[in-house]
Design a protein around this ligand. Structure first.
Ligand code: GLA
Length: 395
């Protein structure tokens, strides 16, 4: 057979074709961050590039007509994933020594599952996070009745709390931080609460491995407000087992005793010489059996009337060497050890104590407890909260 071109030309074409199929050196460049695809696995499937090759970035990924996912990345290789449904944190990926990333917050694989989200994974809770006794409170001599969705009390804003709402998202791209500002306008009378309330929550990631939450809110009528984020943490990796081996330190000398339904008795009790004491590091599992039902209590930040953010909690996992500090302007933090996680599909398959919540907030049932710091917001006021989660990757 007569060839149209000399054999050496065919060989050259073959070599070019083979090279085109090979990964280019650019495949290892910044931008190839740990997989953004949600999965139930603890580890992402990609090996991230060496640390000095990460860069700060913000990516957007539509999930469906309503839900959009945002991926914040910093130059240390930390990634925070958010969705506008519930202004929710869906994954927090920390690089680990072996070149893989580990997701340290409990999540659902499918973002549309967050429409239900019974455990409130990663979401913003409101208008009033935590409980209001019997779903009733009074303002200006008028009694308001809310849903008693946590029989016999009101919990986390009612049947359709802020965790179930689609928030408006605006991207933030600054030299030293990336983020998303989520806005939700809650109508006057929504879930029984008075006043049209405009809430804004900014999630910001910087290169010091800090995830900062800045909340603001205004109302056109006097109302009550208590916002928090409901992430469940497992520093060993979501799905890696129980958090009972994690060590916790709280800058809280007092906690709020509650009745059998989680409503404060009104007293602030000293933690000293009780299983509630985390004023020095204690393993969560050590005394949990002495606390009926497990930890689900609001702690009182020492000097809670001080200005600005203050360290309230440090959580560390001796096995992985990872730790997280929480700084906040809030007077309290709800310590909840995932006591209601039962391994079912409703809770993403996570077993009891598979994650720990440290929800910075005002005290439960404040609208009915005149001695507690006020949670009333008047039209001329601006609600403000700042809470920072500072991560350390390993020893
Ligand atoms: C809060 C409450 C808990 C529980 C969880 C959600 O932390 O204090 O009792 O309701 O939310 O499951």
């Amino acid at each position: 057979m007569k060839l149209l071109v000399p054999v050496r030309h065919y060989l050259l074409i073959l070599v070019v074709l083979i090279l085109a199929g090979c990964p280019s050196p650019d495949d290892n460049q910044p931008g190839n961050l740990p997989s953004a695809t949600p999965d139930s696995e603890t580890k992402s499937e990609h090996t991230p590039p060496p640390e000095d090759q990460f860069e700060m970035s913000l990516q957007r990924d539509p999930v469906d007509d309503e839900i959009t996912r945002y991926m914040l990345s910093n130059d240390k290789g930390m990634v925070v994933e958010l969705i506008n449904l519930g202004a929710t944190v869906t994954r927090v990926l920390l690089p680990s020594g072996n070149g893989e990333s580990v997701n340290v917050t409990l999540n659902f694989e499918d973002p549309t599952t967050y429409k239900m989200n019974p455990p409130y994974f990663g979401s913003i809770c409101g208008r009033y996070s935590n409980r209001i006794a019997q779903g009733k409170f009074s303002l200006n001599n008028q009694e308001y009745t809310l849903a008693t969705n946590n029989d016999p009390n009101h919990l986390h804003g009612g049947n359709e709390g802020f965790n179930k709402k689609i928030w408006i998202a605006e991207e933030i791209n600054e030299a030293d931080q990336v983020g998303v500002q989520f806005t939700y306008v809650s109508a006057d009378g929504e879930e029984g609460y008075p006043g049209t309330l405009t809430v804004k929550v900014k999630y910001l990631l910087n290169n010091d491995n800090e995830l900062k939450l800045e909340y603001t809110a205004t109302t056109d009528k006097e109302t009550v407000l208590n916002l928090t984020n409901h992430c469940y943490w497992n520093l060993g990796g979501a799905g890696s087992g129980s958090i009972l081996n994690h060590e916790l330190n709280l800058n809280c000398s007092q906690y709020i005793p509650v009745d059998k339904t989680g409503i404060p008795t009104g007293e602030l009790a000293d933690v000293a010489e009780t299983p509630m004491d985390f004023t020095s590091f204690h393993t969560l599992g050590k005394r949990i059996e002495q606390v009926e039902g497990g930890y689900d209590h609001c702690y009182v930040r020492d000097n809670y009337d001080s200005e600005g953010v203050q360290l309230i909690a440090t959580l560390r996992d001796p096995e992985s060497g990872r730790s997280m500090e929480i700084l906040t302007t809030e007077p309290g933090v709800q310590l909840y050890t995932g006591n209601f996680l039962d391994g079912s599909e409703n809770v993403g398959g996570y077993a009891k104590h598979g994650g720990i919540c440290l929800e910075c907030q005002h005290f439960p049932d404040s609208p009915n407890q005149p001695e507690f710091p006020s949670t009333t917001l008047a039209p001329q006021e601006v609600y403000q909260q700042t809470t920072i989660h500072r991560f350390k990757f390993a020893k």
